[in-house]
Design a protein around this ligand. Structure first.
Ligand SMILES: NC(=O)c1ccc[n+]([C@@H]2O[C@H](COP(=O)([O-])OP(=O)(O)OC[C@H]3O[C@@H](n4cnc5c(N)ncnc54)[C@H](OP(=O)(O)O)[C@@H]3O)[C@@H](O)[C@H]2O)c1
Length: 328
């Protein structure tokens, strides 16, 4: 794997950058760019809930069409499922030759809800972490790294531009990892659905609810199945999966090896293939664009968690003095 840790900021220093959207990524990337000496303008709909926050942070806030007209580089950091509509109505009519469109996730370009013209660069700088961490750990070696990719190289300098942006938003020296739009679009969606968010969330909930069904109080079920997760993940990330098995107790290792395959059975692996096919074919993304068109409010989009699970979670986090982390 190639990891790029140094790059010149020069491709972006004398440019005007428009950040479209001021949520998790938009805010963190705009603030980090400003710390790097580049003051972006923010493009948002006139009724956006995010306008006040961007203004309070001291940015010039304007509409997306105006930001597009005024900028050289346009970071499209609105939610993925509205990229198509935003691009078609608020960006494309105002584009001019030689600008650059930048996304932080490749799905909308790869699955063609966004189809930019040939006379602009189309690149991706996709941080491997939420905006909050990108902001907190900007420029640190153990900070947030990113994928970089070029979809269309009109200028002939699209990759140096991607790397300059990676540096400007604080992902170097943690590292920029070159990839393709296809791999990032499909890999990111598959990973978050089957493993990191969907699969893991469902596994945790199923474990907790099994103990509750067999008479455990919710707080005890939560402590046994969820609470130590960060310690296990730390071990996996520092020692590898094999190292994790070596560092847990012999009882845990013996049980884990026998039981892991019972839970993640061949049926579950087949289901993962189905999930992959859904994502890879674009079926998932198209259905998300249709479903998500109703709202961009995360609270309305969030899945419901079983009531008993939530009770155990709340008890443990409150009693042990930890609040659930915010989502941004
Ligand atoms: N969050 C992450 O961990 C993460 C990590 C890597 C990459 N990404 C990528 O970063 C991009 C942004 O995601 P996010 O998580 O930052 O989203 P987000 O937190 O939901 O923020 C989206 C922002 O876009 C604004 N917006 C909504 N509709 C818009 C429109 N029609 N025109 C312009 N702006 C609009 C929202 O304003 P309102 O407040 O008015 O809704 C909000 O400020 C996505 O491509 C995502 O895949 C996210």
């Amino acid at each position: 794997m190639r990891v790029i840790r140094t790059a010149s900021l020069k491709p972006i220093t004398k440019k005007t950058i428009a950040v479209i959207g001021y949520g998790s990524q938009g805010r963190a990337q705009a603030l980090n760019l400003r710390d790097a000496g580049i003051d972006p303008i923010i493009g948002l709909p006139s009724r956006s809930r995010s306008r006040r926050r961007a203004k309070t942070d001291g940015f010039t806030v304007t509409t997306t069409p105006r930001a597009t007209r005024d900028a050289d580089i346009i970071l499209l950091l609105a939610p993925d499922h509205v990229h198509g509509v935003v691009f078609t109505s608020d960006i494309e009519p105002y584009l001019r030759d030689g600008q650059a469109i930048v996304v932080a996730h490749a799905a909308s370009v790869h699955f063609e809800t966004v189809t930019p013209p040939d006379n602009v660069d189309v690149i991706m700088v996709a941080p491997l972490g939420p905006g909050k961490r990108l902001r907190e750990l900007r420029g640190e070696r153990d900070g947030v790294s990113c994928f970089v990719a070029v979809h269309h190289d009109h200028s002939g300098d699209a990759m140096p531009l991607a790397l300059a942006l990676a540096k400007g938003i604080g992902c170097l020296p943690a590292g920029a990892i070159p990839t393709t739009f296809a791999h990032e679009a499909v890999g990111d969606l598959f990973g978050e659905q089957a493993v990191l968010c969907g699969g893991l969330g469902a596994l945790l909930e199923a474990g907790v609810m099994t103990l509750i069904k067999h008479g455990f109080p919710p707080h005890a079920a939560y402590l046994e199945c969820v609470y130590q997760l960060d310690l296990i993940i730390d071990l996996v990330k520092s020692e590898g999966l094999a190292g994790m098995y070596e560092n847990i107790s012999p009882t845990a290792a013996f049980g884990a090896r026998r039981t892991g395959k019972r839970v993640i059975s061949p049926a579950v692996r087949n289901a993962m293939d189905d999930v992959f096919a859904d994502v890879d074919s674009g079926r998932f993304f198209r259905s998300w664009v249709r479903a998500g068109a109703q709202t961009t409010d995360r609270k309305q989009l969030a899945p419901t968690v079983a009531r008993e699970f939530a009770r155990g979670e709340r008890d443990v986090l409150q009693q042990l003095g930890e609040e659930p982390a915010s989502s941004d």
